[in-house]
Write a protein that binds this ligand. Structure first.
Ligand code: GDP
Length: 301
């Protein structure tokens, strides 16, 4: 309950965008679920004698469709607000299933996309600026310190690290970008080989693009999001460090998130799914895992 109240205390206003094409791009843009009250739609909607009340319900459904991530298998007319994950624009549909992580196994580190494991199992990649909280989030999701530690080992941070989860899917830890201390040559390398991964990895279901909610929008994150969008790589914005509500200076996470979303809106036809998280409080953990399960299960069918 406390957690729910915390989610709802973040106020984000966003406007609808137009969809892009991709297998999972029945994705829609978003608004904080706080502002969405989606009534149950009565059967009379299909009736030619629809009343003005029902017409307004229909408008609400259209509105919901334009602001939410509606997964495959969900009819917009059937949407109710309890189907929207708290602290996100994500609707949970019939493909959501077993989401908890019981077992994680480090498989390999790869320097090039073509060196990645040859496997049909789906994978979800995690990407973000250095210091965004990627290791902390991975740690929070899998609840096994050694996983995040593996990725932090010298020599591994610049590699594509594959972790097999529950023997059925992969978490892929991608090299962070925007290193203050890395040379231009290394930055170029990041572009070349990580972009190769995105463009050639057939089993890639979705990229979780981590955005630090404790700082204002960063150009490098926006460039990355725009690049993924242009290349039709499905992504979910995972806002990290959302617990930092009492920042002594600067803007609060909700203001930073709102600013980020406003910029994304200018560049994207449809706003990707988004979710608020904190590795410190556990905010959004179970919800993110559930979202990942429905993306995977749909891909896997
Ligand atoms: P990485 O470089 O992206 O792997 O980032 P880390 O996971 O190492 O985190 C970078 C810094 O941010 C560390 O000091 C973490 O303690 C801090 N951090 C990470 N996640 C959170 C979070 O959810 N809340 C807060 N308050 N701090 C966080």
């Amino acid at each position: 309950m406390v957690l729910l109240l915390r989610y709802r205390s973040l106020t984000i206003h966003l406007t609808p965008l137009v969809p892009k094409s991709h297998k999972l791009h029945t994705l829609h843009s978003f608004r904080n679920p706080k502002f969405i009250s989606i009534p149950r739609i009565s059967a009379s909607l299909n009736n030619p004698t629809t009343t003005s009340t029902n017409r307004s319900i229909s408008d609400a459904a259209k509105f919901a469709k334009s602001v939410l991530f509606v997964p495959p298998g969900v009819e917009i007319e059937e949407l109710t607000d309890d189907m929207v994950l708290p602290g996100s624009n994500i609707v949970i549909g019939p493909f959501a299933g077993h989401s908890q992580i019981k077992e994680v196994e480090f498989v390999k580190s790869s320097a090039r996309a073509r060196d990645c494991p040859k496997d049909d199992r789906p994978e979800i990649a995690i990407l973000g600026r250095s210091n965004v909280g990627k290791s902390s989030l991975i740690n929070c999701l899998v609840r096994k310190k050694e996983v995040a530690l593996t990725s932090k080992k010298p020599g591994k941070t610049q590699l594509i690290n594959h972790f097999l989860v529950n023997k059925s899917w992969y978490i892929v830890d991608l090299p962070g970008y925007g290193f203050a201390k890395v040379s231009d040559a290394a930055k170029t390398d990041w572009s070349a080989f990580t972009k190769g991964y995105f463009l050639n990895r057939d089993t890639l279901v979705c990229v979780l693009l981590l955005i630090d909610a404790s700082v204002p929008p960063q150009k490098i994150d926006l460039d990355c999001a725009n690049w993924l969008g242009r290349n039709n790589v499905p992504m979910t914005f995972v806002f990290t460090k959302c617990d930092k509500m009492k920042a002594a200076k600067g803007k609060r996470p909700d203001e930073n998130i709102k600013a980020f979303q406003q910029i994304i809106r200018e560049n994207f036809k449809v706003h990707p799914p988004w979710i608020l998280t904190s590795s410190v409080s556990g905010l959004g953990r179970d919800e993110l895992l559930l979202h990942m399960s429905q993306l995977r299960n749909y891909w896997d069918q």
